[in-house]
Design a protein around this ligand. Structure first.
Ligand SMILES: *[C@@H]1O[C@H](CO)[C@@H](O)[C@H](O)[C@H]1NC(C)=O
Length: 297
């Protein structure tokens, strides 16, 4: 019995790491054998001799037999059962606890149950390796974008990135009169206070005026159209169409959008190569270095 107690104690010590109360720890019964000393009673035949009472007076031995029982000990093997603990199926042991196993790594997320990744906001898919599509956001891309006019939203925050011409948080309202473009940050360039298209900046000329900026009066008493809508010196090419080829520093359907930061040249096709916070000229791409830096780039 002492030996068995010692064996159990050793096992208890090894398994103390896994807490039986942990829902991911499973127990099972294991059979084991242990040697034990067993007592039993064994019959012995005892022979004794004393003179036979045969009446003849001859001292002949007279054997007598009887059975006595003695307690003896023998080695035996005993089968017993003990409770053992291990991580439940789908879990593995890591630093004294059972953690779920995901056979595919959760790239942008964490394994929360066997074969189940919980994705960080902005990511989806079985291994959280796909970014949310344009119309969803949040954990597992479970939230729908609320933006109007087909605007995409930020996969992490759900903030709408409105197309040019719309500005409120959900891209519902057009730009205030007199403004256009991305975030409505640009002022309509039209002469005679003519309004402009909120997304492109194209001037909507009143009767009697024409030209890209409504700067050309029509022939006396007539209405006329603007054959080429390109602004800022863009030219229509081919000449009979209204397709604009934009000059240095401008882009967009009618060359009404200044180059965004980091771009320069005709139609803003050039990529700026200014380092260390240098500002790039949208026309020629030359770098204006930040204080403390010099050189072409
Ligand atoms: C502004 O211009 C765009 C592109 O040409 C056009 O789709 C849209 O209908 C115009 N908006 C208005 C109010 O005219």
């Amino acid at each position: 019995m002492l030996l068995r107690a010692a064996v159990l104690a050793v096992h208890a010590g090894l398994l103390a790491a896994l807490r039986p109360g942990d829902p991911n720890v499973c127990s099972y019964w294991e059979s084991f054998t242990a040697p034990v000393k067993e007592s039993y009673t064994k019959p012995h035949v005892v022979t004794s001799s004393k003179p036979c009472p045969d009446g003849l007076g001859l001292p002949l031995p007279c054997p007598q037999q009887r059975v006595v029982y003695r307690t003896e000990y023998r080695q035996a093997v005993r089968t017993d059962y003990r409770r053992r603990y291990q991580c439940c199926q789908g879990y593995y042991e890591s630093r004294d606890s059972c953690v779920p196993h995901c056979s595919q790594e959760c790239v942008h997320g964490r394994c929360v149950a066997p074969e189940l990744c919980q994705c960080e906001p902005g990511w989806r898919g079985p291994s959280c390796s796909s970014e949310c599509d344009e119309q969803s956001w949040g954990p597992d891309c479970g939230q729908r974008c609320l933006c109007h006019h087909g605007a995409p939203c930020d996969p992490l925050t759900g903030v709408c990135s409105c197309p040019p011409g719309f500005t409120d948080p959900l891209c519902r309202q057009p730009c205030p009169p007199g403004t256009y473009g991305q975030g409505c940050h640009l002022s309509c360039p039209c002469h005679h206070q003519a309004p402009c298209n909120a997304s492109t900046g194209a001037c909507l000329c009143p009767p009697g005026l024409s030209g890209p900026l409504c700067q050309v009066p029509c022939p006396e008493g007539m209405s006329c159209t603007t054959p080429c809508p390109c602004q800022n010196g863009g030219i229509c090419h081919p000449s009979s169409t209204s397709t604009c080829v934009c000059p240095h520093g401008w882009m967009g359907e009618i060359c009404s959008m200044p180059c965004p930061p980091g771009r320069f040249g005709p139609g803003c096709q050039g990529e700026c190569r200014c380092h260390n916070g240098g500002h790039c000229d949208p026309h020629g791409g030359q770098c204006q270095c930040a204080p403390g830096f010099t050189g072409e780039q």
